[in-house]
Design a protein around this ligand. Structure first.
Ligand code: UD1
Ligand code: CA
Length: 463
């Protein structure tokens, strides 16, 4: 990390064109809100306590969302332009000297590599400021970069103020700069409100510094996507697509097989080990961590899931805040939620739901079961249709099933209840009392056969 760098992230704007009740920078792309992406990138070049996010619109909500990232905040109560937004940070410790980098909260695709390059070129060039620019086929709406004969920035002219000739310029201002902080602050003080809009334009500082002999030099980036500013939900979707595409590409280059990668959704924070195979339409979200040689079937959804090596989540399963041990399996159509754990080699089959339940090593629950608030030992067999009645209308009650127990199909285990190790529960039993170790529990009506009954009935009808 370069020493003596601070970052200000402008994120106070309304984002009117999102047409949303939610502040623009809180909208999500690639599995995180826009501002979080920018803060994470900023951390690449500055310590969190030297990063200041300028918030305004829904300031409290925005702060609450990204507080955990360790940055500072400044509130701009009235949005009076980009120059004003930076000015409100003047009193912050840490921004007064060294290099000051300005980023936008709605510009989430800027790469860490480009940020490092911005600092490197700025320092090597020994100038007052460096501004990131790019060349667009259509520059409408952006501030245009007016260069002098020496290739330095003479001015940044906003669309509304541009002459016909300046509108032809296709090199645009990204709004991302690196300043010599000690030079910036006095000149920023001198910026006057724009006569047309009444806003203080940060771009005006470039001309003021230049008049005093302090140069600003452009750094042209090739990939215009990097400085894509999100204004509408159409651009939001585009940013999301770019994040996802980049993420699956990284995973594939790292040794993960992804079938139909264009259909797969992976959040930026997800980790996947080598030789894992991910099927079409799968979603890997949040802080999901998948080991090596795992399988994630078509349309499976993993959210904050942990899969140890060789675990398999088959098609159409949902694993939320839950964990699969080595070579454990779930699905197709399985559901794990709220801290469920399927230990090494255990199997959960189709239409089985586990909530806050631990299924021990090598145990099986293969068909149509609900297991809630249960602790199940090793090598247990849970028959088809088994239900833990964990809720009594007021609170949730636990079920304990010991090692090697065999729970017959369609059993109803009324919690709190304990099924001892090595015991059998006969199919269709309603278990309300503890089952001792190695016992057989039969909790159902005895079967009676009425000989010839059906035949007699048919004959009666025929008469
Ligand atoms: C700005 C630049 C323009 C550049 C463009 C790139 C100026 C005057 N213009 O224009 O040259 O081409 O970005 O996208 O700087 N913000 C605040 N407080 C404010 C105003 C804005 O925090 O009072 C924040 C916004 O939340 C946003 C960013 O600053 O993140 C940019 O503001 P915006 O109004 O979108 O600037 P543009 O008109 O797009
Ligand atoms: Ca903008």
């Amino acid at each position: 990390m370069t020493r003596d760098v601070s970052v200000v992230i402008l994120a106070a704007g309304l984002g009117t064109r999102m047409r949303s009740g939610l502040a623009k920078v809180l909208h999500q792309a690639g599995g995180a809100c826009l501002l979080e992406h920018v803060i994470e990138a900023a951390k690449e070049i500055a310590e969190p306590e030297r990063i200041v996010a300028v918030v305004g619109h829904q300031a409290e909500r925005v702060k609450a969302e990204v507080e955990g990232l360790g940055t500072r905040f400044e509130v701009q109560t009235e949005q009076k332009g980009t120059g004003h937004a930076l000015r409100v940070c003047a009193g912050q410790p840490g921004v007064k000297s060294g290099r000051l980098v300005v980023l936008y909260g709605d510009c989430p695709l800027l790469s860490r590599a480009t940020l490092r390059r911005l600092l490197a070129e700025h320092e090597a060039g020994g100038r007052a400021a460096t501004v990131i620019t790019t060349v667009l086929p259509d520059a409408t709406g952006y501030g245009r970069i007016v260069l002098d004969e020496a290739g330095q920035v003479a001015a940044i002219v906003e669309q509304k103020a541009a002459t016909a000739e300046q509108k032809e310029i296709r090199e645009i201002n990204s709004g991302i700069y690196c300043f010599e902080a000690e030079l910036l602050w006095p000149y920023l003080e001198k910026v006057e409100p724009n006569p047309a809009s009444g806003e203080y334009y940060l771009t005006d500082v470039v001309e003021l510094m230049r008049a005093a002999g302090h140069a600003t030099v452009p750094l042209v980036v090739e990939d215009a996507n990097e400085i894509l500013g999100i204004n509408t939900r159409v651009e939001l979707a585009e940013a999301d697509r770019i994040f996802r595409q980049k993420k699956v590409r990284e995973l594939m280059l790292g040794g993960v097989t992804i079938q139909r990668p264009e259909t797969v959704t992976v959040d930026v924070g997800v980790e996947v080990g080598q030789d894992t195979v991910i099927g079409p339409m799968a979603q890997l979200l949040g802080k999901t961590k998948v080991g090596r040689e795992c399988a994630v079937g078509a349309s499976a959804i993993l959210e904050n899931a942990v899969l140890e090596d060789g675990a398999k989540v088959h098609a159409f399963s949902s694993v939320q805040d839950s964990r699969l041990g080595a070579a454990a399996e779930v699905g197709p159509y399985g559901r794990l939620r709220m801290g469920a754990v399927v230990e090494d080699g255990a199997m959960v089959g189709n239409f089985v739901e586990l909530k806050k339940t631990r299924l021990g090593q090598g145990s099986k629950a293969m068909h149509l079961a609900y297991l809630g608030d249960a602790t199940i030992g090793q090598k247990v067999n849970i028959g088809a249709g088994t239900i833990t009645c964990n809720y009594d209308g007021r609170k949730k009650n636990p079920t304990q099933i010991g090692d090697g127990a065999f729970v017959g199909s369609n059993s109803t285990l009324v919690a709190p209840v304990e099924v001892g190790a090595g015991s059998y529960v006969a199919a269709a039993s309603i278990v309300t009392k503890p089952v001792p170790k190695d016992a057989l529990a039969v909790g159902r009506a005895h079967q009676i056969n009425k000989e010839g009954w059906a035949k007699r009935r048919r004959e009666e009808k025929a008469e």
